[in-house]
Design a protein around this ligand. Structure first.
Ligand code: HEM
Ligand code: HEM
Ligand code: MTE
Ligand code: MO
Length: 329
């Protein structure tokens, strides 16, 4: 039955959209490229199925009933997720009032997944063995192929039309234009607030030893991109001290980097050579908003790992992955 097929394909696409969306959001290395493209293709795959789904909806709506409220909310949320996704990626509209387009997109994306589960439970369509025929698999491949062509067309349009979307990084983030070293958004994850710490008196405890900020001005330098899940990135030279100097000879599994606010992230100890405690950005002292007097710089990791206002670094035997995948504060 054609309706079954369409509904099952939608189920697969919504679940894939959720998984690839969360991964696009969290990954920072170039390995993310395929996931981010895959996410766009999955989103457009839902658009490709719309004509068939519209037919099912038309038949069903004639029957009426209050339960259809959930289905209509799901439809509206799906349209919102696709629209906010495209508005964000094209860069045509990046804010609505106090909310960024990416925040609206993540919100509507989770909404789609939650409502689709309720909708599925109310109208169960269980996959059966007979659904996995060669013919149906080819149909699935055709839907994804069409969505892929759609994705390539959209990307080409961004480029030729000169839309900001043409300059996106492989994570989907837009570049921030500014010649001021500290001239980029100061961003808190959930509920932290900007701290003002006195650089003369602030102390940082690193594996049991207390340091002054000046002790960290070793002038180790690294050029790295700060790429916020909010959908922007900035390329800067960060100066301070490489963490490997501070923890050499210490045994353990992971490094716990904490802020005076209680915000923290863990990293494999083996990655210490690619983590820095920075005091300067492009030769200027870090401003309060950017974590001054000292923040973590974690090249290849998304912004939420770049702990600001650092006051302690601990090495212990806890595995680095023993932490919420995304911070909770
Ligand atoms: C983006 C995803 C989806 C949207 C926007 C959507 C929307 C709708 C709407 C508006 C209706 C008509 C109103 C109603 O009967 O309540 C409907 C009906 C239905 N949907 Fe979905 N749906 C989606 C995904 C799914 C999935 C994943 C399944 C199951 C695997 C499914 C199964 C059904 C069934 C069985 C009906 C009733 C068909 C009938 O009564 O003939 N839908 N859907
Ligand atoms: C099932 C629900 C979702 C749908 C239908 C959807 C759809 C889309 C679409 C159509 C785009 C634009 C793609 C492009 O033009 O390149 C997009 C981009 C994006 N979405 Fe989603 N999305 C969903 C859920 C999520 C979730 C839950 C997250 C994160 C937690 C997320 C993160 C992103 C990111 C980071 C981008 C930017 C990628 C880029 O610019 O290429 N999405 N999404
Ligand atoms: N202490 C603390 N550090 C933090 C955050 C926070 O909320 N609290 N936000 C993180 C996030 S989500 C990002 S993107 C970067 C933003 O750095 P910026 O404010 O210098 O742009 O800091 C990270 N470090
Ligand atoms: Mo961020």
């Amino acid at each position: 039955m054609a309706g079954r097929r369409t509904n099952l394909a939608l189920l697969a696409l919504v679940l894939l959209g959720l998984v690839t969306g969360v991964l696009s959001f969290a990954l920072g290395t170039e390995a993310a490229t395929a996931v981010v493209i895959g996410h766009g293709v999955v989103g457009l795959g839902i658009v490709v199925l719309a004509p068939w789904k519209t037919e099912i909806v038309g038949r069903s709506l004639r029957r009426g009933g209050w339960r259809q409220g959930v289905s209509l909310a799901l439809s509206a949320t799906t349209v919102a997720a696709i629209a906010t996704g495209i508005l964000h990626s094209s860069g045509t509209l990046l804010e609505i009032g106090p909310l960024s387009m990416m925040q609206l997109h993540v919100g509507s994306g989770f909404g789609v997944a939650a409502l689709a589960v309720v909708h599925f439970v109310m109208k169960p369509t269980r996959p059966r063995k007979v659904d996995f025929t060669r013919r149906n698999l080819l149909r699935g491949a055709a839907v994804l192929g069409l969505a892929g062509v759609g994705y390539a067309t959209v990307e080409a349009l961004y480029r030729v039309s000169g839309l900001p979307g043409g300059d996106r990084r492989f994570t989907g983030s837009h570049p921030v234009e500014s010649d001021q070293p500290n001239g980029f958004p100061a961003t808190q994850w959930l509920d932290d607030s900007v701290q003002h710490l006195d650089p003369e008196t602030h102390r940082i405890e690193i594996v049991g030893v207390s340091y002054a900020v000046a002790d960290l001005d070793i002038y180790d330098q690294v050029q790295a991109v700060l790429d916020c899940t909010g959908g922007w990135h900035v390329d800067r030279v960060w100066t301070g001290v490489g963490l490997d100097r501070m923890v050499s000879g210490i045994d353990g599994a992971s490094l716990l980097v904490s802020s005076v606010t209680g915000y923290w992230r863990r990293f494999p100890l083996a990655d210490a050579s690619d983590l820095y405690l920075a005091t300067h950005v492009d030769g200027e002292l870090l401003s309060d908003g950017h974590g001054g007097p000292v923040r973590l710089v974690a090249p290849g990791r998304r912004g939420f790992h770049w702990v600001k206002w650092v006051d302690s670094v601990v090495v212990d035997d806890t595995p680095w992955w023993w932490q919420p995948p995304l911070p909770l504060t």
